[in-house]
Design a protein around this ligand. Sequence first.
Ligand code: CA
Length: 225
Amino acid sequence: MRVLVVEDEPRLAGLLARGLREAGHTADVRHTGGEGLLAATGGDYDAVVLDGMLPGLDGLTVCRTLRDRGVRIPVIMLTARAAVPDRIDGLDAGADDYLPKPFSFDELLARLRALHRRAADRAGTALQTGDLRLDPAARRVSRGGTEIELSAREFDVLALLMSRAGQCVTRYQILDEVWDGETDLRSNVIDVYIASLRAKVDKPFARRAITTLRGAGYRLEPDGG
Ligand code: CA
């Protein structure tokens, strides 16, 4: 994911950029509201991490201006002030999410992924892996033209695996993105869902698309198995 970080505090901006890159994303940094607005309007970003308190244009103004210009890029606002009225201001200004400082970097990453996925869902871009096809807008899955009935959670797990086909998706990432971390890692809920997905997506078609990576997570084979 390509992320624009707009943060005037050099240390935090540097930490965010480094953390994002280490997590496999691309990160560009701008230090003022004006520069941030310019970059977000002109650049090809998947998300903006926008500090609320910035020199020049503040974060709220940057966000409102983006929306006024019809730029729908997902925005997550950071602010030192966690008071409810400020949060409402941020959401009114068109921010998609809100994270009070100090925050954990893992939480920021999780929120960014959730925003990115919701944006992709809205865009309704169908995912295709081999002959496996998933249409987020219609919430339909098919293999080689044969419709597959999935529950909502099974659908979300498969969408996540398909969006990263060929890569390892950890159990933590699945819990984080599909269950919003509401269930704990010791539970076998993921094994249950992976087993039922295999029974629906692989077995009837004599495929083995979903691979278990022992101690690491799962991978959907890029050719669809
Ligand atoms: Ca600031």
